[in-house]
Write a protein that binds this ligand. Sequence first.
Ligand code: AMP
Ligand code: MG
Length: 405
Amino acid sequence: MKDPRAPMIPVAQALEIVLREAAPLQPERIPLREAMGRALAEDVLADADQPPFPKALMDGFAVRSGDLRDVPVELRLVEEITAGHVPRRRIDRGETARIMTGAPIPDGADAVQVVERSEPAGEGKVRILEKVEAGANIAPKGCEIRVGQKVLEAGEPLTPARIGVLASVGRAQVSAHRLPRVSLAATGDELVEAERTPPAGKIRNSNGPALGARAKSLGAEVVDLGIVRDDPETLRDCLGRGLQGDLLLLSGGVSMGVHDLVEAALAEAGVEVFIRKIAIRPGKPAVFGRKGSCLVFGLPGNPVSSLVIFEVLAAVAIRKMLGWAKPEGELVEAVLEEEVRQRAGRTSYLPGRLRFEGGSIFVQPIRSQGSADLLAHSRADALFIVPADRESISAGERVRILLLT
Ligand code: AMP
Ligand code: MG
């Protein structure tokens, strides 16, 4: 059971401790197809200008803009240039080449007139109907990326577009931080696995699947240690295995009850505990510590509490291990649609539904019976934050929200 005198620390301080203790994992070289969601462990420079040649941005005709002073004008068609091929000759006065999007602009031409502003004018000729400015519909060499330019920075998590940038600068392999190995165990004598019909007095383990899914969605490799009984020996075995990884997530067993054995088991296993109680609602009894390079979260058993503490703290630790330069959750502001009240002293993270109207995000509180009401929580798009020093927030006031995606 928890020491009742354990200090209750503010959320911001808990976050600082987690960020202090978590460290980026070693870099390794990986192929691009494995890079999604991982963070770069190196800066990436462009190997060449992009585009590498002046390029047509539209299908049409490569022209000398000076030839189009008096339109309509007939020009002699000298060739057709398709993407992937080089022009065979330059464009002289009175000449043009049919050109496709992405093809190199021939020497002599300084603009592309789009095919819609032309009409056929018999064999080997085209009539251009409107003039164009010099440079129209041409992307100059190097206008997107310059050779040697830093295109991506260490610590940036890789998105589809960034993976595209890596491919475009020839990086088929990149250096990224190793994925964290996260072990997961749900403690509680009352728990049975989801496929079973719970006998009298038992309930199904919902925290294991929920936390495992979230850890996996962040990129962690999850080792599920299953259900662990509230008994010191079983817990000891579980810690023996779980502390081999980079992060151990335990749920349950961190409250004031006599069968809440997690903190004692952590102490016995040599885990240094930094956090025993947080000024947060829900999730006050959350525990955080470290043994060697393995971080440990003792999450409260209540299903909503465990998911909230995961989102507010464990997700940040995982992103830091993944090497993200900014591991904190993205906070957005929204307008509260209905008054909420709380007892001051703890920061609340409450479930809300989002709506977008007239350029603002609105958040509607979801009625919940509290930290056991997983169904209400499952309907939330976001958690909205009620600061510890506030007893109420009125409808129309702005609140910070943590997106749940
Ligand atoms: P505890 O933190 O162990 O005191 O548990 C608090 C509450 O959460 C109790 O009602 C437990 O039955 C419930 N609980 C604990 N672990 C789980 C779990 N893995 N899945 C669903 N509910 C749980
Ligand atoms: Mg329990």
